[in-house]
Design a protein. Structure first.
Length: 439
């Protein structure tokens, strides 16, 4: 009987405790859920207009369960898409990653219903601190406010090109999701913006890693804006042509071409603009530096004769010369490498277009090497294990045999620059062969 009474009391206690817990959960559950929702929506509200609301129907897409969403063409950079409850617009969480990222930066973007950016913030930044564009230009994020998908009023941050480009690309991809799904209208790019975006594909000397690298030049005459290459390889100008705009590119020896917004070559029809662009290009003379590098290896070189090339890349000087009974071609190029430093490369080809030798000065890749004699030039050892076995790899290579096997692990940026400069050399050599040698 005593045992039965104890069991009854125990059951009553359990029932009371269970009921209390049920009542507590009934009361606190919605509060907990609301707090969790608040934590999820807090970054979204920070980039949206005052009075915005996100509710349980807000989530349109999540990278954790993409098949549950009806949204199409969502890139990997987009993590989630939310719709504001009152029709004020959308908030998107996404990522951006540059060459110097230890992990992707995390970004939240607010976009109004009329397709304008109403807020941006970086929730996590994982790039190298020295390339943090927020430090170099504290007002950079504010340039995005009010922009449509064309981002016509947004540039890049000097000294943080990779990071600011990664951020800009992430914003562009995020807005592209809303456009692809007919949630906002696409912005219209200006002619100047279209032409500027064409520069990296038309003049590789003005780029590094696919990004435009140049200092702005002042507008004058028909030139409305322009860029001077950081490495002396030439210029690019946006020029007025009546009501239209054209892109003029000038290489290091004064060759100029003009393009319209469709990418068509319109040089021959605009000779006056060509002359103006060439006159505006304050070109550097690299002949002395180039010949010093050449004669350091080919002391017996004679009949050194400059030749004109018509390509637009990292080559800044070319010349034919004679050694013994053989004629060779020397190309001096200046590709950009680590932290936008310019190398100096002297590449020598034989009459058939195969590499005979290649010397590199200022192979800057963050290891303190100031001079790297390469490819069997006989200048000695750099003392860096990174380059063991690298000397001589380019000898005998032709335009059809350049490959990624020539890249160096641990010096990817610099060895990639060497590879691209070598491709530019072959292109310049081909233009000389087609156009004929000119003094």
């Amino acid at each position: 009987m005593k045992l039965l009474k104890t069991l009854v009391i125990l059951l009553i206690i359990i029932a009371i405790f269970g009921g209390a817990m049920f009542a507590l959960n009934l009361y606190t559950g919605p509060i907990i859920e609301e707090n969790n929702a608040g934590a999820e929506f807090a970054p979204l509200l920070a980039v949206m207009p005052e009075g915005s609301v996100f509710d349980g129907e807000a989530l349109l897409y999540s990278a954790e369960n993409p098949t549950a969403s009806s949204l199409k063409d969502v890139p990997a950079s987009v993590l989630s898409v939310y719709k504001e409850a009152n029709g004020l617009g959308y908030a998107i969480r996404c990522t951006g990653e540059s060459n110097y990222s230890t992990a992707p930066m995390e970004i939240t973007i607010g976009i109004s219903a009329d397709g304008k950016i109403c807020g941006v913030q970086i929730d996590a930044y994982n790039d190298t601190a020295s390339f943090d564009f927020r430090t170099k230009d504290p007002g950079y994020l504010s340039t995005y406010i009010g922009q449509d998908s064309s981002l016509s009023g947004v540039g890049l941050v000097a000294g943080s090109t990779y990071s600011s480009t990664a951020f800009k690309n992430a914003v562009s991809e995020a807005m592209g999701v809303l456009i692809a799904n007919d949630l906002i209208a696409e912005g219209v790019k200006t002619d100047a913006q279209i032409l500027t975006e064409m520069i990296p594909s038309l003049h590789t000397g003005l780029t590094s890693g696919g990004f435009l690298k140049g200092t702005a030049v002042e507008a004058s005459g028909n030139i409305t804006e322009g860029y001077k290459a950081l490495n002396g390889t030439g210029y690019a100008f946006i020029m007025k042509n009546g009501e239209a705009s054209l892109l003029a590119i000038v290489n290091a020896v004064g060759t100029c071409k003009l393009y319209d917004t469709t990418g068509a070559d319109v040089t021959e029809a605009n000779t006056a603009l060509v002359e103006e662009a060439v006159a505006a290009a304050a070109l550097q003379d690299f002949s002395a530096d180039a010949q010093n590098m050449l004669t350091a290896t080919y002391a017996d070189a004679t009949e050194i004769t400059p030749v004109t090339f018509t390509t637009f890349g990292n080559v800044v000087y070319a010349a034919s010369f004679v050694t013994g009974e053989n004629t060779y071609y020397a190309f001096y190029s200046r590709p950009l490498t680590y932290e936008d430093s310019a190398m100096a490369i002297c590449t020598v080809l034989d009459a058939n277009g195969a590499i005979v030798s290649q010397d590199i000065k200022e192979f800057l890749f963050g290891h303190g090497v100031e001079y790297l004699p390469a490819y069997g030039s006989g200048y000695g050892d750099t003392g860096s294990d990174v380059f063991k076995g690298y000397e001589g790899q380019f000898a005998g290579i032709t335009s059809g045999t350049v490959s990624d096997e020539l890249l160096v692990s641990g010096a990817t940026v610099s060895s990639t620059a060497v590879k691209l400069a070598t491709q530019d050399v072959f292109a310049a050599f081909e233009s000389i062969q087609i156009g004929g040698e000119q003094e």
